[in-house]
Write a protein that binds this ligand. Sequence first.
Ligand code: HEM
Length: 793
Amino acid sequence: MDGLRPWRLLCPLSCRFHSATILEMFLPEESGKNCRNEQQGRDLEFIPPPAARGRRRRDCLLAHKCAAGHNCSGAHHLSSFFLNSDADPFDAIASLPRRFGVADPSASGMLQFSSHRRRLVFDDIDRPESESRVTRLATQPSVRMGTWQFRVPRTARPPRHRSAPHRTAPAAAAHPPPPHTYEATYHALPLCSGPIRIHVDLHPGARTRGYTNHPALQHCTTPRHTLPANRSIELALAPASSIQPQLASELIHLWPVWHVDQISSRTPCENDMASSSLVSTALRLVTEYVRASDIAIAAAVLFVCSAIRNRLTTPPGAPMLWPVVGIIPSLFAHLDDIYEWGTAALARAGGTFPYRGTWGGGSSGVVTSVPANVEHVLKTNFANYPKGPYYRERFVELLGHGIFNADGDAWRAQRRAATAEMHSARFLEFSHGTIDALVRDKLVPLLEKVSEKGRAAPVHVRQHLRRGVRVDPGCLAEGLPDVPFARAFERATELSLARFVTPPFVWKAKRFLGVGTERELVEATRAVRAFAEATVAERRAELRKTGTLAGRCDLLSRLMSSSSSSSDSGGYSDEFLRDFCISFILAGRDTSSVGLAWFFWLLASHPDVESRVLADVLSSGDGGASMDYLHAALTESMRLYPPVPADFKEAVEDDVLPDGTFVRARQRVIYYAYAMGRDKSLWGPDCLEFRPERWLNGKKSGAFAGGAESPYKYVVFNAGPRLCVGKRFAYAQMKAVAAAVLGRFRVEVLPGQEKMKPKLNTTLYMRDGLMVRFARREQRHEPGHADVPAAGG
Ligand code: HEM
């Protein structure tokens, strides 16, 4: 930049100091560099105070008010000087004190700049302080930066007559020099339609008058650029569209020596130029005005204010929601005991607190453990709380449109089909038979083999039990063989869950590019789908060949039989059946085995409960009858260690929960079964104790009385219309496995596992797994044989 930039009116400031006009100027690129007035061949020298030396170009504010209180002042001369290269810099500066009513013009040439918020406030040092509010501002010790001097070399000082402040006739008018045509670009401010290009004939030697005080140009900021070297001028206009028609005439009127040739309407090409020039203007403004330190300070201030606001607006005791990173730091700080921390935070916050993930992560909502809120979400206002797109898009590869991932009609159709089949007497009978056979013929022989190896053979309890409760019987072969489908399913589940803790733009970009974990996910889901498709195809072929699947009682066969008999169109599509299968595998795969692992762990430290369970098992007759105490013990175990520790639903519309918490549309409500199971207000002061008796109907009858509890207080199996379809099945499975195992073995938990921590996952896995020994009981106790041993024997 080889010259001074022009003044610019700062509207917000000028509004605040209404009687003063505040103008902005740019100092030369480097402080102290002379600024040359090309027209007159003279220099205007800036001599910065020591503190400002060597700094980059900085913005200045010129504050002034004339003695009459009129905001037309000597500043215009200064701006005129910068606008019209023929203006006399010395005059412009010299006129300032005079305009301020200072008698002695010799004070000219000395102006004071003080810093105010990194801008320099240009003030008149000779002006009595009382006359200028800005002076007061500028003279505060904290903002003073130093004294700058404007010095025009005396040798080049022009004749005094050229300094007349209101001279309208140019001195050179008698011998008007030939007009030069300059091109001026009028930059529109955001409100305007874009830059207007105006060709201006500027007669050298012409002088302008203070145009900023003309009412027609109230919206017109002072020129943004004078480029004395190449003679083009830029003006920044506020609502240009409204001022355009006026502009030409006003320019002519105000600057009589300027002749506005033409205001060209913009062509499409110019539109492009307009936008690109807007972009470049914006970029230039950013680079000129904004510094890294500005951004850092602004960010710090924003951070602190936002943190304070968050603290004040969240319930006391709730986790801190930091700006930008939300709840994430708190989560990281408590990663080791995240469930306990969440439980304690809910207790402190009165049962509900808001949460927010990182900016751009799209995760926010509330966490609650208040049964009334849970009931509202799961039942009363069920329509407003579907699974929602947040859940769906993370699981769509694996689950497709299966029941677990579906909402609306798609969900309803699957739910109806599943409930009808799973609650039918035939299915229940079949499932009991299948479970018993699986346990008797596969799991028990496997555990016997393991126990034969004696104390030297600890086993990972969930891995064994999981295989006792899952769909793929090949898993129960000796040595727990690696089943490709199982491996693919596990991997696909893990990778889908990882999407919940990865910022969406990261995993979506990886998915788009087909790289990393997203690529792995595609491969794993392909294997899972292939398995499910093959199963469906096999059943289809059998149905086609034999005309019936009556001999088969599994859920898929029942579904296919019922649909083919009830629908002319051939029933459910292969895709529907495939997704249905995968959802069921996911739903029932680990939940029961995880529940059992915690159950055996709790039993190991509660021999009295173990004895009672054993007694219940042995007195149950056929091994499948009610076993109420075992049922209560499993229920109690899942109260403390719910296999699905937390679940969420997404709000469609804004809503208010019964406890007064506001939920915005698209926010999630997380209901925290883990915390609810440990809430004193729900379960009493002994809520942390493992006491199956709390589920029994008095000491006398001993019948399971869990039904008396509100389902919204015990949401281990969810509640309301989306209650777990497999709840009965899960209990049957778990009871069968627990009875078979406990009747034959003592499950000895290896030392060092007295305290177990859960893993952060959607299923409550034990962090390091549970290592046990299956020790054969000396006397084998088949269910139904009432010789009840002590728990240890
Ligand atoms: C201890 C074992 C189990 C527990 C704790 C459990 C828990 C749950 C929970 C909390 C939900 C709600 C999920 C949600 O809406 O996001 C659910 C849904 C479901 N569960 Fe279970 N479950 C268990 C076993 C099973 C089994 C063995 C099956 C199948 C045979 C099964 C089938 C389903 C299905 C199909 C759904 C979806 C229901 C719907 O959305 O309408 N569950 N379960």
